[in-house]
Design a binder for this molecule. Structure first.
Ligand SMILES: Cc1cc2nc3c(=O)[nH]c(=O)nc-3n(C[C@H](O)[C@H](O)[C@H](O)COP(=O)(O)O)c2cc1C
Length: 220
């Protein structure tokens, strides 16, 4: 008789890209993590403080290696199947300190964002909910081969819509939960049926050239 073994749970890294203790994005990340665990995933909540790094400096990299904060991000990305990032919008873009962390983490080979599924969400007191920041954040993540879910949830007017840590409007809360659940379904499918490219080449159409290529060793 074939023994039926329980499927391993989907593991999801949930990160708020804000250092603020009272961050609305941290609260939104908490809500996304709750939806994920209610849907059977194992959630690994991370704080930006786990990933503290100096400003990117190629000389520092050569002299001292990639800093511990970026090593920790790589570990958490690779130990989980997928990630959810709740990021503030700063001046119509993503927070600079988060871009700096991505730049450091991009120096590892294999490159840890490649092929990973990610969901981007945001909250802001503004009418746009920080959505412009998420479009900016998509760029480096997709450049690095992450599979960023097309639908992004941006909670506008968070000072009114987040009440005692919950999304106060029922219809809005249902949309949020559905967005997270749909993403988890795709991440679950990708875990069992990996059908996307496995190797990372920074510029696929570039003529192969050992001196200029940024290619994962598995791809060369
Ligand atoms: C430097 C700076 C720039 C900001 N720029 C924007 C912006 O372009 N769009 C926006 O919606 N909110 C902007 N805000 C407001 C943030 O969305 C708001 O402070 C939010 O609470 C930050 O996220 P957090 O609570 O998760 O830290 C900005 C805030 C700061 C500090």
């Amino acid at each position: 008789m074939i023994e039926s073994r329980p499927e391993p749970k989907l593991k999801v890294l949930v990160l708020a890209a804000s250092l603020r203790e009272d961050s609305v994005n941290r609260r939104l990340a908490g809500l996304a993590g709750r939806v994920a665990s209610q849907n059977g995933a194992t959630v690994d909540f991370a704080s930006m403080r786990d990933f503290d790094v100096p400003s990117y400096d190629g000389d520092l990299e050569e002299a001292q290696d990639i800093p511990k904060g970026a090593q920790e991000l790589r570990r958490r990305l690779t130990e989980n199947d997928a990630f959810i990032i709740a990021s503030p919008e700063y001046n119509g873009s993503m927070p600079g300190m988060f871009k700096n962390l991505i730049d450091w983490a991009s120096r590892f080979r294999p490159q840890p964002f490649d092929g990973r599924h990610g969901l981007l969400i945001s909250a802001s007191p503004s009418m746009g909910g920080g959505n412009g920041g998420l479009w900016a954040l998509r760029v480096p993540l997709e450049h690095l081969g992450a599979r960023i879910y097309p639908d992004m949830f941006s909670l506008a007017q968070s000072h009114k819509t987040l009440v005692e840590g919950e999304i106060a409007n029922d219809a809005l809360r249902a949309r949020f939960e559905q967005n997270v659940q749909s993403f988890l379904s795709l991440a679950e499918a990708a875990k069992h049926y990996p059908c996307m490219k496995r190797a990372w080449v920074e510029f696929l159409g570039q003529t192969p050239d050992l001196g200029a290529d940024r290619v994962d060793p598995v791809a060369s």
